[in-house]
Design a protein around this ligand. Structure first.
Ligand SMILES: [Zn+2]
Length: 138
């Protein structure tokens, strides 16, 4: 399983500004990149692609299937994969019960930014919800 998620500082800054702009609603994005298997499995993000939160909610998000498919196609064209799902929380940076349900179906890294705590949390589902180490590149 993925135990480390690596993003550039610029990608993180971009996700933080998306989150703040979306307030009081949650926003979401897909993290495109590649998975490197070494002593540990690392997901390296090259692009963070903003997608609409069709729920328009401050407690949940969902992505339109067509928009999701477009991102998958874009990733494939670049020989990359969707390695993570990002969304913001106007609360704590931990997966909600709804998130946990969808994490089981989408066992990629889930990155959450809390606009209240102003920090990121990264998680993945494998048997249970586990923390993923977040590494920031310059
Ligand atoms: Zn959530």
């Amino acid at each position: 399983m993925v135990s480390r998620l690596t993003l550039s500082y610029n990608n993180l800054k971009y996700l933080m500004s998306l989150s703040k702009d979306a307030l009081p609603l949650e926003c979401c994005a897909l993290l495109v990149g590649e998975t490197k298997i070494d002593s540990l499995t690392e997901a390296i993000v090259t692009d963070a692609i903003s997608v609409r939160n069709v729920d328009r909610s401050s407690a949940s998000f969902s992505i339109e299937p067509e928009e999701l498919l477009n991102v998958y196609r874009l990733a494939e064209a670049k020989k990359l994969q969707v390695v993570g799902i990002f969304h913001s929380h106007p609360s704590h940076p931990v997966p909600s019960s709804t998130d946990q349900k969808y994490m089981r179906i989408n066992p990629v890294a889930w990155l959450i930014y809390s606009t209240t705590a102003e920090r990121f949390g990264a998680f993945i589902f494998e048997d249970s919800i586990r923390k993923v180490e977040l590494q920031v590149m310059a």
